[in-house]
Write a protein that binds this ligand. Structure first.
Ligand code: PAN
Ligand code: ZN
Length: 197
């Protein structure tokens, strides 16, 4: 069936996509991801804050279609680690993604299944290209501003959260003396040392 072109409005003033309801991810959906588990448990005992909202313009799950949307990641920390997205590989590993930063200050943490890693800066105007095979997580390194970005990826890519839920990313972004630094994740094991079923 022939698809009809369409337009949607990304409202930068309100950081939303008009006519769409966002998916909301709270602190509780990142269980096990923050290094400081005591700080995580203490934070969750107080409240279950919204970490980010995702406005998705989803398209049919077929080759050729593109899904796109807007993510708003709020500022905050658990211990010294900044608020971040869950992060994922695409289920169809050989699919990439483009991210366009519209507001705030952040980092995109990436890695391959083989353990290559890269951390890219997200600042207004930065377009980060995530090649096929690279898992990706966004981190808000500001203490006060939302990190806002638009993204586009092949609609058949799907999301694989499992590998990241098991041990996180190889690198973490934490605040040291008020500035973001990249450190090793002590829970991360090289592929050969993992015991996955
Ligand atoms: C983005 C992300 C979005 C939320 O749309 O899905 O920023 O991050 P998590 O899915 O890791 O919670 C994307 O990369 N889509 O493929
Ligand atoms: Zn993705």
């Amino acid at each position: 069936m022939l698809q009809q072109p369409f337009t949607f409005m990304l409202n930068q003033a309100t950081a939303s996509i008009e006519g769409h309801t966002p998916l909301v991810r709270r602190l509780s959906s990142l269980r096990g991801q923050f290094l400081d588990q005591a700080a995580y448990t203490a934070a969750l005992a107080q409240d279950d804050p919204v970490l980010y909202q995702v406005y998705a313009v989803d398209r049919p799950d077929v080759v050729g279609e593109l899904s796109s949307g807007l993510t708003i990641l709020h500022p905050g920390r658990v211990g010294e680690e900044y608020y971040m997205t869950k992060g994922h590989f695409h289920a169809v590993l050989e699919t990439g993604e483009v991210y366009y930063c519209l507001g705030g200050q952040g980092r995109m943490v990436m890695e391959t299944p083989e353990g290559d890693w890269h951390v890219a800066e997200m600042t207004p105007g930065a377009v980060v290209y995530v090649p096929p095979r690279w898992a990706h997580r966004s981190v808000n390194v500001s203490d006060r501003e939302d990190l806002i970005f638009f993204w586009v990826y092949p609609a058949h890519a799907g999301h694989n959260y499992g590998a990241i839920e098991r041990q996180g990313f190889r690198k973490l972004v934490v605040a040291r003396n008020g500035a973001p630094v990249v450190i090793d994740n002590p829970r991360w094991l090289p592929p050969a040392e993992r015991h996955e079923h």
